[in-house]
Design a protein. Structure first.
Ligand SMILES: [Zn+2]
Length: 492
């Protein structure tokens, strides 16, 4: 209590005496900045204070004085000694102060990187590169982590038949197909980066997060649904981000955050506003990691009630041309049924006001990459791929199934399956983490519909009937309507 009283007294005394101290020093000329003995830059600031209303001169040049009494100027120094005189006049008073600043020109030396010879092999990614979790293989290839941008260097740890095992960070590795890599000159080390500032902005039809790095580091992408988050782990990077600019007109992003998960793994955490996702991209622009997150299509966002009106659907007919797909016991080819069904689906979707982009509209070969390129070019909102299944017991109805790869599109596959099951067909199931290449894109939602089994005699009867095929496509369209309703509602 006693101490507090003492403190209070001191504060009171200071408050009473402060105006006197201030006005007293105000009568004098004081140079508060610029009286440096030696400087290494030619641009030099001189700042001072004198009684308000004075005329101020620095080296005989008049200088503006502000209402507070403060004044300042910028001088360009010559190499060597620079005499500086500051003068203030007010009525009969004429005060001045002189000092000398020595400008020492420092030669700019070229930056020399320390010589580091890296004694292991390093590979660099080419266009189309992707990471696999393991060396496992199945009919459609091993389980993918995600695609990687071009020009990312990684240390090579091991080599299997057609895969390299590469080091991502101190405690993690992955596998990459050899065809998507090239060797880097021996001795070059894999990159390491300190992260720098971020910007988070609205780029029109998508929100954009840009994280500055010193090099192109490998990254792995993760999703969390509840709450809806996109997480990107940047390997070989340490946090030095002390500045995250976030604009307030963001539509898809709620907020961004970061976490240093391991000493060399830096996580970019993006919390999304909506429960449903419409795709995103991850790429490098220079050495900055550039992440864009699509907004909910305007057709849904602005519509008073949910409908397919104004949406753009990519509809894919599996196989085609030399690729027949499955062939039924009676000789019906899957590619023909698929093509027939996409025209039926197109009609149903157009009837509901949507626009449809087909990956093929005749019996021709179209490569998977080409199908993706068509859909990306047309900027579709959502993709549906139509196939028929094969395998299993030929004497039993095997049924219908839908497939997704990314967890955020599980609901999409589920609502379509539920509609298909309104028909008298067997439930073959909802299949997740499926490695079909048209389920792999992250740029838009995708779903694969395996209508019925070509190889099942009871299923063959149904799928051979155009009226039944039409019924199935009506259900797919209704499933898509259900999906838009959930999006509009905002919860799955
Ligand atoms: Zn197929």
């Amino acid at each position: 209590m006693k101490t507090n009283l003492k403190l209070l007294l001191t504060i009171l005394l200071t408050l009473v005496l402060l105006p006197f101290a201030y006005s007293q020093s105000n009568n004098n000329l004081r140079v508060v900045r610029g009286k440096t003995d030696t400087v290494t830059t030619s641009n030099h600031f001189v700042v001072g204070v004198a009684a308000p209303g004075s005329n101020i001169y620095i080296n005989d040049q008049p200088v503006k004085q502000y209402s507070t009494g403060s004044f300042g100027t910028e001088l360009i120094l010559r190499e060597g000694d620079n005499p500086i005189t500051v003068r203030a006049t007010l009525g009969a008073t004429d005060v001045s102060e002189s000092f000398t600043v020595f400008f020492k020109k420092v030669p700019i030396l070229p930056r020399v990187d320390p010589i580091t010879f890296f004694p292991k092999l390093v590979v660099k990614t080419k266009k189309g590169a992707y990471l696999n979790y393991g060396a496992g293989e199945d009919r459609l290839g091993g389980a993918k982590i995600n695609f990687l941008a071009e020009g990312i260097k990684m240390e090579l740890i091991d080599s299997t038949k057609n895969l390299y095992k590469v080091k991502l960070s101190e405690n993690s590795y992955a596998f990459i197909p050899k065809q998507f890599t090239e060797k880097v000159a021996f001795g070059v080390a894999p990159p390491y980066s300190l992260t720098s500032s971020w910007s988070v902005s609205n780029a029109g039809k998508a929100d954009r997060v840009r994280v500055s790095l010193e090099n192109r580091q490998p990254y792995t992408i993760h999703r969390e649904l509840d709450p809806n988050k996109l997480i990107i782990d940047i390997h070989g990077a340490a946090c030095n981000s002390n500045w995250i600019t976030q604009y307030l007109d963001l539509k898809a992003i709620d907020y961004v955050h970061l976490q240093q998960r391991a000493s060399d793994v830096f996580s970019v955490i993006i919390k999304l506003k909506e429960a449903f996702s419409w795709g995103y991209t991850v790429d490098y622009v220079g050495n900055s990691l550039d992440i864009t997150i699509k907004h909910t299509p305007e057709a849904i966002a602005i519509a008073a009630k949910p409908s397919l009106k104004g949406l753009v659907f990519g509809v894919d007919a599996g196989h085609g041309g030399s690729a027949s797909g499955a062939v039924s016991p009676s000789g019906i080819k899957e590619k023909d049924l698929n093509l027939d069904m996409v025209f039926m689906l197109k009609e149903e979707l157009e009837k509901r006001g949507a626009r449809v982009v087909l990956s093929r509209s005749e019996d021709v070969d179209v490569a998977m990459q080409e199908r993706l390129d068509i859909f990306k070019r047309e900027n579709i909102d959502l993709m549906v791929s139509i196939h028929c299944n094969a395998g299993g017991n030929p004497l039993k109805p095997m049924g219908t199934s839908t497939y997704y790869r990314h967890i955020e599109y599980r609901t999409l596959a589920e609502v379509i399956l539920r509609r298909l099951l309104e028909l008298d067909v067997t439930n073959f199931g909802l299949v997740g983490n499926f490695n079909f290449s048209l389920n792999a894109p992250i740029e838009f939602p995708t779903v694969l519909v395996e209508t019925l089994f070509m190889s099942s005699l009871p299923d063959e009867v149904l799928i051979a009937d155009p009226a039944f095929r039409k019924e199935m496509m009506v259900r797919v369209a209704k499933g898509l309507e259900d999906y838009v309703k959930l999006v509009k509602k905002g919860s799955r």
